[in-house]
Design a protein around this ligand. Structure first.
Ligand SMILES: *Cc1c(COP(=O)(O)O)cnc(C)c1O
Length: 571
């Protein structure tokens, strides 16, 4: 028997407030009963209220919307999006985009880059020809060896992500886990059909193929998710279960969850070294993920110093270079690989910092962040988001590694005619087109100039906020980490946070949680908009917390205080 949920079929629904059961066209009602379940309560009351776009205007009745209803609903949504776009200042994504004229055509074309970017697939409706060009562009920008050559382990390999850096992090850590646990490399993988059961690798000691992950407390939440999804142990997991009393940073105290950062938000290299040594000396292979442009503070980990330190510590315990057996019997052999993996999460920084470095070399700015890219021989993988520095209408990005570090994909994929070397199945082919379009129209010079302008406006914003703090005689906790495009300060009133889409985060300072917001100076942000925000912050009451609940004139608006917007995307 089909269970009848407790329902309310006469709940007003859609732009005309029609009782729900009356919203059906005739084919949707068979035997007098509507197809599908009625709502069990009023969805308009169930969800977050967006005052500018009333829920009933956009609800989708089974009949769809007629032309007039559609027009009204879309106009409301458009006005809302356009207003938010104009004021968008809180996140590290560029929101001034101009793809429509040139690329609108492709919205009616299906482009799917399923499978490896360097293999043509039987799925010919794709943009891989542009994807490879975009990947070469970044390979060169990041000083990798290019073009990709499947025979050359030093050449780069990469692909354009369907998600953003979250996917790049997940994919990078997946590769890292398999590499460090001794799984077969792609180059040693037998053709499908011949595959036997891989022999479990043997090495020095019980921990030799048990990777342990390290990342700082300023790391994006996608790393926490990735280690959980991939069942990778962090140093905290292993430390607190196997060595509960031996936290080397402070003997006798509980293990920290993440590697401590400096106040600027960069990983503390000395403390990292202590933690890495603890595990390397016990034979565990080491997986380090670094931030190049941390999400909240925009801090750059010193990738070069970490690479040097991790290599040196690992070398003391034979983890710099080791031999991993693969295959069986006559087919068997062994490969040489490192016992550590360095992944760089460069969501914003990998797109931005190369141009800031060019600007510095040209004398346009004074400083650029430390080197992070394939100039470092020990960089294993890198990811960047396309929607952040470049700006695209949706999430996308690039993942890059060295060809010799690629792991054998789990299975064959005859169906698509190209190796299944990427994370997703179907891959969005539009994103490669967007990045290609952007890069075709913005030279290195253009981007170096934009980078210098953003750096300059960030410095201006920082100075102005410091002046405001002085003027108000009130500590606003204003701070900017070196070369960061993020300026952080005390969280202002909720409506200001919402108007400018400022991202919130609590930061622990001297043991107490402080509610901060940050502003990100991306290229769409203008000095006028910054001044406008400063004017609002200067008004009395700008830093008074709004009452958490209430039934003021705003009605439902006041009923839900602004959530820390951070979890919407980046924080
Ligand atoms: C934004 C961000 C991410 C996640 O990138 P998405 O493109 O949103 O998936 C990862 N790491 C850092 C440091 C980020 O700032």
């Amino acid at each position: 028997m089909v269970r009848e949920a407790e329902t309310h079929a006469d709940i007003p629904f859609g732009p005309e407030d029609t009782p729900w059961q009356k919203t059906f066209s005739s084919l949707g009602v068979v035997g007098g009963r509507p197809y599908g379940t009625p709502p069990s309560s009023d969805p308009r009351a169930a969800y977050l209220h967006v005052p500018e776009v009333p829920h009933y205007k956009v609800q989708l009745p089974p009949t769809g919307l007629d032309a007039q209803q559609y027009g009204e609903a879309e106009a409301l949504f458009r006005r809302h999006v356009d207003t938010q776009t104009r004021n968008f200042a809180g996140y590290q994504v560029t929101s001034d985009l101009d793809y429509e004229q040139r690329l609108g055509h492709y919205l009616n074309r299906h482009l799917n880059n399923v499978g490896d970017p360097y293999q043509s697939s039987s799925y010919t409706l794709n943009s891989k020809v542009l994807e490879r060009v975009v990947l070469d562009y970044f390979a060169s920008l990041w000083h990798a060896k290019w073009p990709h050559d499947p025979q050359d382990p030093e050449s780069y390999w990469g692909y354009v992500l369907t998600m953003g850096s979250s996917e790049g992090n997940l994919y990078g850590l997946w590769n890292a886990r398999d590499y460090l646990s001794g799984k077969p490399l792609r180059t040693h993988h037998r053709e499908p059909g011949q595959a036997g059961v891989e022999q479990a690798p043997q090495g020095d000691g019980p921990n030799a193929f048990h990777p342990v992950a390290f990342f700082s407390e300023d790391t994006h939440y996608s790393l926490t998710k990735a280690v959980r999804a991939l069942a990778i142990d962090t140093f905290h997991d292993l430390g607190s279960t196997r060595y509960p009393d031996d936290n080397p940073l402070a003997p006798g105290t509980p293990w920290p969850r993440k590697v401590p950062s400096t106040e600027d938000g960069a990983i503390d290299v000395e403390q990292l070294a202590v933690l890495v040594r603890f595990f390397a000396s016990r034979g565990y292979p080491i997986l380090v993920s670094l931030n190049y442009g941390s999400t909240f503070k925009g801090a750059y980990d010193d990738v070069e110093a970490v690479a040097r330190t991790v290599r040196a510590v690992c070398a003391e315990y034979g983890l710099d270079k080791r031999h991993v057996p693969h295959g069986r019997g006559e087919e068997g052999g062994q490969d040489e690989r490192s016992g550590f993996w360095l992944h760089v999460d460069g969501a914003l920084g990998a797109g931005y910092a190369p141009f800031l470095e060019m600007a510095r070399n040209a004398g346009m700015v004074e400083q650029a962040p430390p080197v992070f890219d394939f100039r470092l021989g020990d960089l294993h993988s890198l990811t960047m988001s396309g929607h952040k520095w470049m700006g695209t209408p949706w999430a996308c990005g690039v993942f890059m590694t060295r060809t010799g570090l690629q792991m054998a994909p789990p299975g064959a994929s005859e169906y698509i005619g190209a190796a299944d070397t990427t994370f997703a199945g179907s891959r969005n082919g539009f994103s490669s087109l967007l990045m290609w379009d952007y890069l075709a129209r913005h030279s290195y010079d253009d981007q170096a100039r934009l980078a210098a302008e953003c750096d300059d406006l960030a410095a201006y914003t920082h100075r102005q906020l410091l002046a405001l703090q002085e003027q108000l005689g009130h500590d606003l906790w204003v701070a900017r980490s070196p070369q960061s495009l993020s300026i952080r300060f005390r969280q202002p009133r909720a409506d200001i946070v919402r108007r400018y889409s400022l991202a919130s985060e609590s930061v622990h300072v001297d043991g107490t949680a402080r509610a901060y917001v940050h502003l990100y100076v991306m290229r769409h942000l203008t000095r006028e908009r910054v001044d406008e925000l400063l004017d609002e912050l200067r008004q009395p009451g700008a830093f008074t917390p709004a009452p958490p609940t209430g039934t003021t004139a705003g009605g439902a608006r006041a009923a839900r205080p602004v959530e820390p917007v951070a979890d919407a995307m980046a924080g």
